[in-house]
Design a protein around this ligand. Sequence first.
Ligand code: MLT
Length: 385
Amino acid sequence: MRFDALTPTYLFREMEERAAAYRERHPDAEVLSLGIGDVTRPLAPCVSAAMARAAGEMATAAGFHGYPPAFGYDFLREAIAGAYARRGVTMEADTVYISDGAKTDAALLPRLFDGVTVYLADPCYPVYRDAHLLAGHRICTLDATAENGYLPPPPERGRDAAIVYLTSPGNPIGVAYDRAGLSAWVRYARQSGSLLIFDAAYAAYLPSDLPHSIYEIEGSRTCAVELGSFSKSAGFTGVRCAWSIFPDKVTFGGVQLAPLWRRLKSISSNGVSYPVQCGAAAALTPAGRAATEEHVRYYLENAALLAAALRASGTPFVGGTCSPYLWVTCPRGCTAWETFTRYLNERQLVVTPGGGFGAGGEGYIRLSALGTRDTVRRAAERLCP
Ligand code: MLT
């Protein structure tokens, strides 16, 4: 393992530690967080009722459940396949693999490969980079810049088979690929023998006319795997449930990946608890879906409040319309961590320094709109004093 290739601390942990140190030095300060993307809306009643019912079953001889099936209970795998069907995508339930988080799956994925080249948008979610660096893989960056709308297109040269991460809407930059943008990547993957890893953790924030899944793009079933999550949609950051999709026909370097993924998952986890999977299935019922829509609307209204404050203060930013994240330009001459410190000292706001997502994020900070309305309102006032 190549720990020397990593930065000494993980971005969100470092932020927490610096914010905690500030709070300790200033016990009377009211510090508000627009930092880590953690949800704040309570679970839908149908979700908590399903988990409570399942916990009750577990206390009976007839309803007790031991180890869950390694890849998830059929009822949840089928419910997720049903969610794809509502977007017009036929997905067999046995291609769905349940886990306790998209982060867990993202950290595990690199172990499928040996000596590969990995294309990552710069900036991107730091787990992709760290997990591949640990595995000793070669990383090539694709610059996400204002010129390409922060959505890197496929490279024109160097069409070697590679692992390519796509996140839509993006994290940290809350913008999304349209059908043409994703189709170009699928074409690229098929021509070059590359594998797309599509992270759809924030898909619930997309308007219905944008693709929510890579499988809405023709030709993707042989060249793409996908990660999905209940965290930012159904509010499961504290409950923990997610899924990956490995269609049988997906290969890389001539090797079928689904059997390897099953093998890897079998040795790395004993699955997700029965009550949690019951709660996740409830999140996909009509009542659960209505609650998710309500959560998403609430967080996007929060994002609109932050956006209005940034506009009023003349601060350039993108995002916040199909994602809970706003990507904000730092004051002239300030690095991302300097801006973090200034926001903490001068406004008592925790923000995420963009440089933590890669060199391309230097000069930016990310604001999360996943706080409570009260927190976001007060934070917005501090953004626009
Ligand atoms: C974020 O803030 O980017 C995420 O919530 C962190 C995570 O999912 O690990």
